[in-house]
Design a protein around this ligand. Structure first.
Ligand code: SF4
Ligand code: SF4
Length: 368
């Protein structure tokens, strides 16, 4: 069992992050009544508001229900005490990611703008070193390849595929070790002592099917329009993930650079369009503060990273077809963004897809 101790600093951290006075909660339950996602067997957010006001950090760090929330804000506009339950659950989700992702200092850096230059500098240095080792770049004259733009001459495919595979494996290890510990903690807080069903593909499929169409998100009343932006980002990202995978394989079978009508290119452009549209809509919603939607630095870090990743990718493509003289500079910037997304994913809001999926599978098992 986990050791459950009230933590005053935890209450203060939550209050500072959301601008809410948790101690003024009168436990009326209006937030739970307003929440269209709260169900008899998974009641929230009132329960989480009580635990938060009591400083029950350990219990909340193992609570899967914080991931059932889609931050629609229905509860926030309903609370008679001006507390923002939706924002508190959002802060708790980020706290869970930070709590389980090791090394812990990286999570703290992602939430603090003072570390931004360092977080950017790291991939810049590593990519520069790879280019120097590959013999395509020198710090002596900063010269770029000559002739028609061919990114393979700047960052050879072997170096590109090798370094990004290594990066992906590194991030996957950090992400998987985080959700393993999360799963263990969720199970240790089980209140019933009944037998635990076997984890099968059936539970995965139920959750994935829900996520694929954002079924739960669409049950929100006020902020339904946000689900469209999330769907765009979700499908854009999935498409680009497949395209990246096939692009790595295709370097062995196709001649590069690919033409604009190559199926991989078409799928990549469609993915980029969805991702750019989705992130632009999300930025718009956050700027408008729909339904009291507050934004923390970590939200902007995640959103702007994805936006810049997609936009720089489009610039890179345009620069190749138009033979722009700054093509390789754009390409370098794009690679830095790819590194930022992959390397830091277990520590940023991007890790949502891991933790939300894990929590929803846990709840499906628990309720079965
Ligand atoms: S609506 Fe507000 S006051 Fe009532 S239980 Fe929820 S957070 Fe507390
Ligand atoms: S923000 Fe929406 S989904 Fe989340 S707890 Fe409040 S009402 Fe429910």
């Amino acid at each position: 069992m986990l050791d459950i101790q009230p933590e005053i600093s935890f209450i203060e951290e939550l209050q500072n992050a959301t601008g809410s006075q948790l101690t003024t909660c009168m436990q009326c339950g209006a937030c739970t009544a307003a929440c269209s996602l709260s169900e008899e067997e998974n009641v929230f957010p009132r329960k989480q508001m009580i635990l938060a006001a009591w400083g029950m950090k350990d219990r909340l760090m193992a609570d899967p229900n914080v991931w059932t929330c889609h931050q629609c804000g229905d509860c926030t506009v309903t609370c008679p005490r001006g507390i923002k339950p939706g924002e508190i659950l959002a802060a708790l989700r980020q706290m869970q990611i930070s709590y389980y992702s090791k090394p812990g200092f990286l999570s703290r850096w992602m939430q603090d703008i003072r570390f931004l230059p360092l977080l950017i500098l790291f991939p810049v240095v590593i990519i520069t070193m790879i280019l120097i080792l590959a013999g395509t770049f020198s710090l002596v004259d900063f010269s770029m390849p000559e002739g028609p733009v061919n990114y393979g001459e700047f960052f050879p495919h072997g170096w590109l595929n090798g370094s990004f595979t290594f990066l992906f494996v590194l991030s996957a290890i950090a992400g998987i070790s985080g959700i393993r510990l999360y799963w263990k903690n969720m199970k240790s807080l089980r209140e019933d002592s009944g037998s635990w069903p076997q984890l099968t593909l059936h539970y995965f499929w139920q959750v994935i099917r829900n996520i694929m169409v954002h079924r739960d998100f669409n049950r929100c009343k006020e902020n339904k329009n946000r689900s469209l932006a999330h769907l765009f980002v979700f499908w854009g990202f999935i498409l680009l993930l497949f395209v990246t995978f096939f692009a790595i394989l295709s370097t062995m079978f196709f001649e590069y650079p690919l033409t604009i009508l190559n199926p991989i290119k078409i799928a990549g452009n469609l993915g980029a369009f969805l991702l750019l549209t989705g992130t632009t809509l999300m930025i718009f919603h956050r700027l408008r503060k729909n339904n009291g939607l507050e934004s923390r630095y970590g939200d902007w870090f995640f959103l702007l990273s994805f936006w810049l990743l997609t936009f720089s990718g489009m610039l890179v493509e345009g620069a190749r077809f138009r033979e722009w003289s700054y093509a390789y500079h754009f390409y370098f910037g794009h690679l830095v963004m790819v590194w930022i997304i992959i390397l830091y994913f277990p520590y940023t809001k991007f890790a949502h897809f891991l933790y939300r999926t894990t929590a929803l599978i846990y709840l499906k098992l628990k309720g079965s």
